[in-house]
Design a protein around this ligand. Structure first.
Ligand SMILES: C[S@@+](CC[C@H](N)C(=O)[O-])C[C@H]1O[C@@H](n2cnc3c(N)ncnc32)[C@H](O)[C@@H]1O
Length: 243
């Protein structure tokens, strides 16, 4: 399933221009991440490195982007070559540097854990990298997402259950914007299961802060446009702290 990401680099780069990513997701992720000045940051499932680059620009001392897709990392490395920021992109977790990171980010990577051990595995990549008190911010599929096929249509995506909803069940993410029309299979994880995996791997202070909209996004698109997404977003934000 993950090998499919090798072909999705350009699509993921362009997706950041979609209003929900530009004005809701990134706005809310920056709010959840807080001050990054001087931090060592691990971006788990960094994809093409959009967040990695921006975290470096926002003052992180060091950013390591980790992803298992060579295709996604090729796009990230190209951007680094064009505009060097000193970001390191790696295809395996930085185990030799355990406990040295202050922040870990994992945007839409937990949905690619195909079973519970894989979910725990991804959480432990963050847990091992972080020093005690280090912060982890991650975005799973919203455990309460609206499964109606057209609910997220106006935002350029569809998300629906491909089988009865339960831990590890398949959900279909249909991205259709610009020249793109792609279906991706991801996994649903319930709130108690996400929290269990985080606690088991050494996290505490688990919270699910709501999404917000940037001022620019509100002015440009208006409250009515955002209301369905804010009422029931397709993703969730989880924040927690390494014990
Ligand atoms: C939906 S993309 C998100 C990419 C990026 N975080 C973003 O927001 O654009 C999910 C990424 O997670 C990566 N991925 C999936 N499973 C992974 C794993 N076990 N370890 C590291 N990366 C993984 C995929 O290769 C893909 O690049």
């Amino acid at each position: 399933m993950v090998s499919r990401f090798n072909d999705f680099g350009d699509m993921y780069e362009e997706m950041f221009r979609l209003p929900w990513r530009a004005h809701v997701e990134t706005f809310s992720v920056w709010r959840a991440l807080g001050d990054l000045s001087g931090e060592q940051v691990l971006d788990i499932g960094c994809g093409t490195g959009v967040y990695s680059r921006e975290m470096k620009r926002r003052g992180a001392a060091r950013v390591v982007g980790y992803d298992i897709s060579e295709g996604m990392l090729a796009v990230a490395r190209e951007a680094e070559a064009e505009q060097p920021l000193g970001i390191e992109y790696v295809t395996s977790p930085p185990v030799s540097e355990a406990g040295t990171f202050g922040v870990a980010l994992g945007v839409y990577v937990l949905p690619y854990a195909e079973d519970y051990p894989a979910l725990v595995g991804l959480c432990s990549v963050a847990a091992r990298a972080l020093r005690p008190g280090g912060r982890f911010v991650t975005l799973p599929v919203n455990p309460d997402f609206d499964g109606r096929h057209d609910y997220y249509e106006r935002y350029g995506l569809r998300l629906f259950d491909a089988e009865p909803r339960g831990d590890g069940s398949r959900v279909t993410l249909h991205l259709h914007f610009g020249r793109y029309d792609q279906q991706i299979t991801a996994r649903y994880w319930s709130r108690p299961t996400v929290e269990k995996a985080l606690r088991e791997t050494g996290f505490e202070a688990i919270a699910w802060p709501p999404f917000g909209v940037s001022e620019e996004g509100m002015t440009r698109y208006g409250e009515d446009f955002w209301q369905p997404y804010l009422t029931c977003p397709h993703a969730a934000i989880v924040t927690c702290r390494r014990t």
